[in-house]
Design a protein around this ligand. Structure first.
Ligand code: MN
Length: 362
């Protein structure tokens, strides 16, 4: 049985432009720490292979110490490491992939044509190719494994979602005819789940750490096994910090509304909170000040609408006026709080319907 770990899109040394410089620096440091965690995961899982599907660096401008840190971490990995550079870290003169210092267990695919490395001890052949520019034509076109008796794996950066993608478009037909046992992809920044085409299992793990509000949710890596052509994979969260977008309907006390509607363990996360519902003169600055210490970073957005006087047209000679009047008559008759609240709600929903607004259920 072959055990593997599959990661992609580490985007080391990302700028994290939306954050203040000291927080951006802290997150870049966390990205480097994640590399070490990835390697210790490989070692504790006793993985034979570490498959890295490209975009390890955010750009060719990656710092020297980041590259050296990666090389050091790789040297401490028991697995054989295979890297297929992507559109952010493509192989070109000056590329970190062409520098000295990569340990012996690291195999970097430097060519845009598919090539392979044999691992006779594992009965395994690992194919791969590199982006050599930002854009890349379809690399998997007409590919078929040479020896189906081996365990055939490929690591590749590419887009299996869009047929007209400039980033190595990969079709399910190409995958189905490849004869591969596992195709380890990179490029798309959220986990794909285990996908299948023909006899090939394929997947992309998503990025190892969210870097903005377009990369929300759990981020991590894939752990898998290959046993006589049977491939099984599972997703393992790695990043401790998350980007989260939360919508909060504010009540009379907006601060209380936010606190009540969010989980308590938000301290390490980057939050965007969209304030919705009805509110008058929301003091966003004060609210931000009160909430900020609860998060690593907070982006607070006011999407509330001014509250309206529900009963303004009550009694008017119109459908709306008569509707409100009938509810008002009921309100006058009751002192029961629940009943009164229900009547208020009925008035609000009724007005929304009469005026053709989207009905927001309380
Ligand atoms: Mn990427």
């Amino acid at each position: 049985m072959i055990k593997f770990v599959h990661a992609a899109d580490l985007h080391l040394d990302s700028p994290f432009q939306s954050l203040p410089p000291e927080k951006a620096t802290a997150l870049r440091q966390e990205q480097r720490t994640l590399v070490e965690e990835l390697i210790s995961l490989c070692n504790t899982q006793q993985a034979d292979l570490l498959l890295l599907g490209g975009d390890l660096f955010d750009s060719a401008g990656v710092l020297r110490q980041t590259v050296e840190g990666l090389q050091r971490a790789f040297a401490g990995c028991r697995a054989q490491i295979f890297i297929a550079p992507g559109n952010h870290d493509f192989v070109a003169p000056g590329s970190p992939w062409l520098r000295e210092g990569w340990p012996e267990n690291v195999h970097i695919f430097l060519d845009s044509a598919i090539s392979a490395v044999d691992l006779p001890d594992l009965g395994c052949r690992v194919y791969g190719a590199a982006f050599t520019a930002t854009n890349c034509p379809a690399l998997l076109e007409n590919f078929r494994v040479a020896d189906a008796s081996l365990c055939n794996i490929m690591v590749l950066h590419g887009d299996a979602q869009q047929s007209n993608s400039p980033y190595n478009p990969i079709s399910t037909a190409q995958i189905a005819q490849s004869g591969l046992d596992y195709l380890a992809l990179g490029h798309i920044h959220s986990y794909s789940g285990a996908l299948r085409a023909g006899t090939t299992t394929y997947a992309w793990p998503g990025c190892t750490m969210g870097r903005g509000f377009d990369e929300t949710g759990e981020k991590g890596v894939i752990c898998g096994t290959l046993d006589n052509g049977q491939c099984s994979i599972r997703f393992l969260p790695l990043a401790k910090r998350h980007y989260v977008i939360a919508s909060v309907r504010v009540g009379d006390d907006p601060l209380q509304s936010v606190v009540a509607q969010l989980p308590s363990n938000t301290q390490t996360d980057c939050y965007r909170i969209l304030l919705t519902g009805e509110a008058d003169s929301l003091d966003l600055r004060a609210l931000r000040q009160a909430l900020e210490p609860r998060f690593f970073s907070l982006d607070l957005r006011d999407e509330t609408t001014p509250s309206v006087d529900l009963w303004a047209n009550c009694g008017e000679n119109s459908l709306e006026g008569l509707f409100l009047q009938s509810l008002m008559d009921e309100l006058d008759k009751t002192t029961d709080d629940t009943q009164r609240r229900l009547l208020q709600q009925a008035a609000r929903l009724g007005l929304d319907l009469l005026e053709g607004r989207e009905v927001l259920m309380p």
